[in-house]
Design a protein around this ligand. Structure first.
Ligand code: TQI
Ligand code: CA
Ligand code: ZN
Ligand code: ZN
Length: 164
């Protein structure tokens, strides 16, 4: 029940670089690093993908927390509404993942859990669209996921393994 994007955009290399360009004021840097690492490993653990962190220059996946209008065609809208978005695999903006700095990002069950939303967005950044399967991570409804012991639902595994 997973879906891919029209034209099936995907990364042509399997070692992808990522860079956290702008952090949030709601969490420590270490917490953001940890949530992102856990989210990436959910996807790399079931594919041949590897993620390499970079600290300057270009990166396939540029991650940032942004407020309101931030230079792409999709301005953020303050608390609630849109939480984050990510661009399908491509050069340039492709793979980039933006989080709305106006949300209350947390490491727990209150507000919006950063790991949960990051794992979903990175699915988009790798080429998955929304699933029709309600238990899937790529189903378009927020549901808290505990990063401790998290296992990617079968539908998402099938989806990502169809690409990588
Ligand atoms: N942002 C939407 C999302 O990521 C933006 C979006 C809609 C989108 N269609 C897309 C992004 C297709 C890439 C490709 O789904 S959101 C969830 C939910 C959002 C929603 O802020 O609405 C999560 C962000 F619904 F699944 F909970 C993260 Cl986890
Ligand atoms: Ca918002
Ligand atoms: Zn954006
Ligand atoms: Zn989505």
């Amino acid at each position: 029940n997973y879906r891919l994007f029209p034209g099936t955009p995907k990364w042509r290399h399997h070692t992808l670089t990522y860079r956290i360009v702008k952090y949030t004021s709601h969490l420590s840097r270490a917490e953001v690093d940890h949530a992102v690492e856990m989210a990436l490993s959910a996807w790399s653990s079931v594919t041949s993908l590897h993620f390499q962190k970079t600290f300057s220059g270009e990166a396939d996946i540029r991650i940032s927390f942004e407020l309101g209008a931030h230079g792409d065609a999709y301005p953020f809208d303050g608390p609630r509404g849109t939480l984050a978005h990510a661009f399908a695999p491509a050069e340039g903006l492709g793979g980039d993942t933006h989080f709305d700095e106006d949300e209350s990002w947390t490491m727990g069950t209150s507000g919006f859990n950063l790991f949960t939303v990051a794992a979903h967005e990175l699915g988009h950044a790798l080429g998955l669209a929304h699933s029709r399967e309600p238990s899937a991570l790529m189903y378009p409804t927020y549901k808290y996921r505990n990063p401790k012991g998290f296992k990617l639902p079968t539908d998402d595994v099938r989806g990502i393994q169809s690409l990588y």
